[in-house]
Design a protein around this ligand. Sequence first.
Ligand SMILES: N[C@@H](CCC(=O)N[C@@H](CS)C(=O)NCC(=O)O)C(=O)O
Length: 226
Amino acid sequence: MKLVIANKAYSSWSLRPWILMSMLEIPFEEDVIPLDTPEFRPRVDAYKAGSTVPILVDGDVTVWESLAIMEYLADRFPDRGVWPADPAARAFARTISSEMHAGFRALRAACPMNVRKRHPAKDRGEAVTKDVERVTHLWRTARERFGAGGPFLFGAFSAADAMFAPVVTRLLTYSLPFDLAVRPYMDAVLGTPAFRAWHAAAMAEPWTVAHDEADEPLAGPFPLPA
Ligand SMILES: N[C@@H](CCC(=O)N[C@@H](CS)C(=O)NCC(=O)O)C(=O)O
């Protein structure tokens, strides 16, 4: 299988299937296409999929859109626990993953993923505050109702954690205020071997994009858990 992704420093949608496949030990090779470069469009178009990454290629099957990739993986590897086994937990996992896929626009627009940096706190607007309150509410609810079996939203790592992994990083990159009850969950995601490998590769990338060069003061490196 091949997973086509963009820069690990910035590509939140790429991180989602990448961390899921890595955590569930689904073997794949990757093709990294750097954003905002002349090679991006022709290399993505060569896959004859959608206009964005991630793209999953499995033999003659090509899937794009992060949630569709996860559903394909759930079908293809039914024993890996892409979604929680319990039907009520699975319904909630799919619901909040869909909410993530379609929503949180203010947070995504104001705070683009950057796993290489940390910026000082500043007012990012009421809509961002509401998005952060909503996302931490969803995490708390999942942990309280379904998380007893492990440190992740539904105990074991699942597609829902993969969908929210970029948001975990955004809260820290932009020093956003959040309900500290979710910090252990966030540290569990950031402390996975998969996220650490993603972060190390991001740090080694040579590319930057325009929003990373914007006039945003720096508070330090991205804070990985000890
Ligand atoms: N809804 C898509 C969003 C994918 C997306 O926006 N990917 C970005 C990279 S993080 C991209 O390919 N941007 C390039 C472009 O839009 O031209 C998904 O879930 O996969």
